[in-house]
Design a protein around this ligand. Structure first.
Ligand code: FAD
Length: 428
């Protein structure tokens, strides 16, 4: 059995590894010069250092990802919180920390931790009970998070300080746009226990911490990797699946499409109906700035929703030779309304207040990375919004196209799709 995998992001790498572990002959095709897709690093010439397209947070509930990284010997590349700790800031309340007591069950301590936050009250506790009851019911496939939460009369402070940041972070959508069934899955997984609720981040650039170990594992298992090879056409025939690229055509018994839905639709000549959302990352290098009080801080009511201090990850912190702090401000579900100069000024002024730095911050260098198709939205089963019904035998759809109730477009969803595609491929 010879199988091709199209797409060298996390989904494709996972599928290739899982197939090779079952003794299948695998070839992986990646259009870009390097693997990694949306989890990639690039060399920033001005700073002479590696930088990630954007900081990636992991949740303790990412079981498939953690298993894969453990097998690849890369678990130590993740720094984990001991238990959930969410540092937040707004201009009126200053800094505050949502930190449930780790020695009590999470379901018990989370409502109390929220009720004690500034601007909150004991009204949060019955709201949590109503939220727990709501979690037992499945929302309709097309219901939005906002309308679902309205049913349980969730308090405004709880939405603003917990549910909205979580929805933007996990779903890359506002409460109004995000799908309730998938958000329910996120909440179920994330708040299962203290270990699942904690957050983690990579200690090194993504290419080194995540992609290199997976690439090494794939190559040791015998996977043949073709970088710089965009697959331009796929033909299904009686002998299997034929792929066409600039390097000619090759035949396989089966082929896995490990792509974002948009790219899958483009490759198959289908209309690009995928709904996608943008994430904008504003990387700023600042001279003589002290470290942030936490590795990341969530801004409430700010344009920059998360401020990550990635100086240490990118090996630019604590090193006196390069006295620059590298802060990355993240805007999820960015509507792209602000011009980049205004955006930099705005997040710099927010960063200056948040860091207690009363002078105007002027970055030494800035790099804005705005990914227009950062995530594929969860969509109802609209005809044409999935490749599945159209596919001939041997062509396996592992495209990122989350259905209501499935995980949203995240690292864990990519790894799960890779695992599932490899399993489907090996079914008799
Ligand atoms: C800025 C940003 C921040 C994010 N933050 C988080 C986070 O904090 N936590 C989290 O869990 N998730 C996060 N995500 C989401 C996560 O990165 C993605 O869900 C995941 O990486 C998707 O992996 P994938 O393999 O499905 O797709 P991709 O990574 O997109 O891989 C697809 C690959 O296919 C290649 N390709 C496309 N067409 C062809 C073709 N015709 N032939 C050959 N190759 C082709 C592409 O070049 C690409 O390398 C973030 C995403 C972005 C963009």
């Amino acid at each position: 059995m010879r199988v091709s995998v199209i797409g060298g992001g996390l989904c494709g790498l996972t599928a290739a590894i899982r197939l090779a572990q079952r003794g299948v002959e695998v070839e992986l095709f990646e259009a870009a010069p390097a693997l990694g897709g949306r989890t990639r690093s690039f060399f920033e010439p001005h700073m002479q250092q590696w930088v990630d397209n954007g900081p990636h947070l992991l949740s303790g509930a990412y079981h498939d990802t953690l298993n894969l990284l453990e097998e690849a010997g890369a678990s130590d590349n993740i720094a984990w919180q001991v238990s959930l700790s969410l540092p937040l800031w707004d201009s009126e309340r200053g800094h505050f920390l949502l930190k449930p007591n780790a020695s009590l069950p999470l379901a018990l301590t989370l409502p109390f931790a929220c009720a004690r936050l500034p601007g909150h009250s004991w009204a949060d506790i019955p709201a949590f009970l109503r939220l727990a009851l709501l979690l037992r019911q499945s929302p309709s496939a097309s219901e939005s998070v906002q309308s679902w939460l309205n049913r349980a009369n969730i308090t405004a402070p709880l939405c603003r300080d917990l549910l909205e940041p979580l929805c933007l972070g996990a779903m890359n959508e506002t409460l109004i746009d995000a799908n309730a069934a998938s958000f329910r899955t996120v909440l179920h997984n994330a708040f299962a226990d203290h270990t699942s609720a904690r957050l983690g981040w990579f200690r090194k650039p993504l290419s080194e911490a995540l992609i290199e170990p997976l690439l090494n594992m794939a190559q040791e298992l015998g996977v043949r990797i073709h970088k710089n090879t965009r697959v331009r056409n796929i033909q299904a025939g009686s002998k299997g699946i034929e792929l066409q690229s600039a390097q000619g055509s090759q035949g396989f018994n089966a082929c896995i499409l490990a792509l974002p839905l948009r790219s899958g639709q483009q490759l198959l000549g289908l209309p690009k109906t995928a709904v996608t959302r943008r994430i904008t990352n504003i990387h700023m290098w600042l001279r003589d700035m002290p470290a942030l009080s936490h590795p990341f801080i969530g801004g409430i009511g700010t344009a920059g929703q998360w401020f990550f201090d990635v100086s240490n990850q990118m090996r630019n912190g604590g090193d006196n030779n390069i006295p620059m702090r590298h802060i990355c401000a993240v805007i999820s579900a960015d509507d792209g309304m602000l011009h980049s100069d205004d955006l930099v000024q705005l997040v710099c002024s927010e960063l200056s207040q948040l860091s207690g730095n009363h002078r105007r911050l002027i970055p030494e260098h800035t790099r804005i990375i705005s990914e227009h198709h950062a995530t594929t939205s969860v969509t109802d089963n609209v005809p044409g919004n999935r490749l599945r019904p159209e596919l001939p035998d041997g062509l396996i759809d592992a495209c990122e196209a989350p259905f209501p109730g499935e995980l949203p477009s995240t690292i864990e969803y990519a790894v799960k799709r890779g695992n599932q595609a490899a399993e489907r491929c090996c079914l008799p």
